[in-house]
Design a protein around this ligand. Structure first.
Ligand code: PGA
Length: 253
């Protein structure tokens, strides 16, 4: 069975005390995690080490960075390399979130480079894709997302893409309280899997975890995650509230 993942994206929120308190509350809760039901916490850079330390001993809970740079090392003031992340034990990196694409001009080509440097260093990327409202209104979301996949992922080998994690996040649903319907999420996520199957074959496509993101809440997680091509979620706002995120984790199918 491919992995079902509840990933938190804390974005630029919380102080260190609040971050530790939230993590402690998650660790104290009864979580139904195992090898195929995992939790990934997308933590701001300054807290990576301390949250990583705090979750130690929990085999199915991981910490992710929310970004990394394309270059190995050097004179890039303010940037963070994958080698740095690896050296402090981080295993996951969220890449290509729509906020990074929009506010920091991240392109599909740049994300291909970031994915490459992550894979070279054995960090697992969580690759975000998804369309803005005007694309959805024009009903061209499939083509839009397909282009994101082709330009950022399709240079990968079969070995590299096997078990890959993709997060489909329609931009119009992020932080808006407006979740995609179960049918909308299923339809496009099945399409994503089909696009991957056409390039890499069915067996490979079946190993890819495709998360849904965009106003996932404690109250709708079970329905969305219940869709056959939705393998969990990437959760912003609701991941900042321990009880809600616990419910979301325990809603994985
Ligand atoms: P949201 O954010 O759950 O607050 O909509 C999701 C995301 O941006 O990953």
């Amino acid at each position: 069975m491919r992995k079902q993942i509840a990933a938190a994206n804390w974005k630029m929120n919380l102080t260190i005390d609040q971050a530790k308190e939230l993590t402690a509350a998650l660790l104290a809760a009864p979580l139904t995690t195992d090898e195929t039901h995992q939790v990934v916490l997308g933590v701001p850079f300054p807290y990576l080490m301390s949250i990583h330390e705090q979750i130690k001993g929990n085999e199915n809970i991981f910490v992710a960075a929310q970004n990394c740079y394309t270059k190995k090392a050097g004179a890039y003031t303010g940037e963070t390399s994958v080698e740095m992340l690896k050296s402090i034990g981080i295993q996951y990196v969220i890449l290509g979130h729509s906020e990074r694409r929009e506010y920091f001009n991240e392109t599909n080509a740049m994300l291909a480079e970031k994915i490459n440097i992550c894979l070279e260093n054995e960090l697992v990327p969580i690759f975000c894709c998804g369309e803005p409202l005007e694309i959805r209104e024009a009903a061209t979301q499939n083509e839009y997302v397909e282009k994101q996949l082709i330009e950022s992922l399709f240079h990968l080998t079969v070995d590299q893409i096997t078990g890959f994690i993709i997060a489909y996040e329609p931009i119009w649903a992020i932080g808006t309280g407006k979740t995609a319907s179960n049918e909308q999420a299923q339809e496009i996520q099945a399409y994503i899997r089909q696009v991957i199957a056409a390039k890499y074959g069915n067996t490979v496509a079946e190993t890819i975890s495709i998360l849904y993101g965009g106003s996932v809440k404690a109250t709708n997680a079970k329905d969305i995650f219940g869709q056959p091509d939705v393998d969990g979620g990437l959760v912003g706002g609701a991941s900042l509230i321990a009880a809600d995120f616990v419910t979301i984790i325990n809603s994985l199918k």
